[in-house]
Design a binder for this molecule. Structure first.
Ligand SMILES: Cc1cc2nc3c(=O)[nH]c(=O)nc-3n(C[C@H](O)[C@H](O)[C@H](O)COP(=O)(O)OP(=O)(O)OC[C@H]3O[C@@H](n4cnc5c(N)ncnc54)[C@H](O)[C@@H]3O)c2cc1C
Length: 266
């Protein structure tokens, strides 16, 4: 399965239409940038610049959940992790941000897939959400497993349940919502239950490693999105190197989506 060709992106001025909390220390920002909204594919990302001292040299790579071509907007969901994302959370409605995109390759969304399994952990739910919407458009039944540390970090479940044709299963590490434990457990159970022809995973590397290994064993096409720490986002700095069976690649330009068979997980 070949992922789509990656993009180096262009700079856009994006007007902030909303910037609000959706869960504990997790915000949703809606940006108006019609040309960008029309050109993003599920699984690609953008690099957002914030002003001030928080991130003077590098932009913040963020995936998107959804685009609204009629309104010309894109929706990003971001965790408040460090100085850059905290600064982003303080940006008010009506402000204008510099956004570089679309970046990366994005998921392969084969039209012929009948049933897909999507598995996410933490902020990996953002590109998985976009994949779920894209698969819903191509009438693929998708079961989605969403993992989070605790229920306060969950968002978007009602929209997911409304949009996807399959099950939405939640797993929390502490059992405060859904099944107790890691998202890999329900994912492996589903893999043994249904004849999937596509598996997409984004989240912590142990989750991607175990789900992709089982999928490959079963002969199912599987892609993982590797959201490695990266500086430039367009192939100039090599900070996001990924070990693959074909040598070292860059998560920003060769990914972030990789065929699971290619990736050598640590
Ligand atoms: C392609 C891509 C897509 C992403 N999409 C999203 C998204 O949709 N939503 C979201 O919330 N986050 C996403 N991230 C992660 C997000 O970019 C980081 O959380 C953000 O850059 C942190 O910036 P900061 O200045 O707030 O904190 P920093 O000071 O940069 O980082 C704070 C701490 O988090 C660690 N850290 C930063 N980035 C990562 C990372 N990628 N993996 C592991 N540890 C990291 C740092 O090492 C440091 O310890 C994505 C990352 C990539 C590469």
């Amino acid at each position: 399965m070949a992922a789509p060709a990656p993009s180096k992106g262009r700079l856009f001025c994006a007007k902030v239409m909303a910037n609000e909390p959706v869960a504990s220390e997790i915000n949703r920002i809606v940006l108006e940038a019609p040309e960008l909204a029309a050109s993003l594919r599920a699984g690609q990302f953008v690099n957002v610049a914030v002003e001030g001292e928080a991130r003077q040299l590098t932009r913040i790579p963020l995936s998107f959940t959804d685009t609204d071509e009629r309104a010309g907007t894109i929706e990003l969901i971001y965790a408040l992790i460090g100085p850059g994302t905290r600064q982003l959370s303080r940006v008010g409605e009506g402000s204008v941000l510099s956004v570089l995109g679309p970046l990366g390759n994005g998921w392969s969304i084969p039209e012929a897939a009948k049933r897909a399994l999507l598995v996410s952990g933490g902020t990996g739910t953002v590109p998985i959400f976009a994949a779920a919407l894209a698969l819903a458009k191509s009438s693929t039944i998708a079961d989605v497993v969403v993992g989070a540390r605790t229920k306060d970090l969950l968002w978007g479940l009602a929209a997911l349940k409304e949009k996807v044709g399959g099950e939405v299963i939640v797993a929390t590490d502490d059992g405060s919502a859904g099944e107790r434990g890691f998202a890999s457990e329900p994912a492996l159970t589903l893999l043994s239950k249904h004849p999937y022809d596509l598996v997409l995973v984004c989240g912590p590397e142990p989750l991607m490693k175990v789900v992709s290994a089982r999928s490959v064993e079963l002969g199912i096409d599987c892609e993982v999105s590797l959201e490695r720490t990266m500086a430039c986002g367009f192939g100039a700095c090599s900070t996001c190197a990924v070990r693959t069976v074909h040598g070292m690649k860059g998560a920003c330009m060769d990914g972030p989506v990789f065929d699971a068979k290619e990736v050598v997980f640590p």
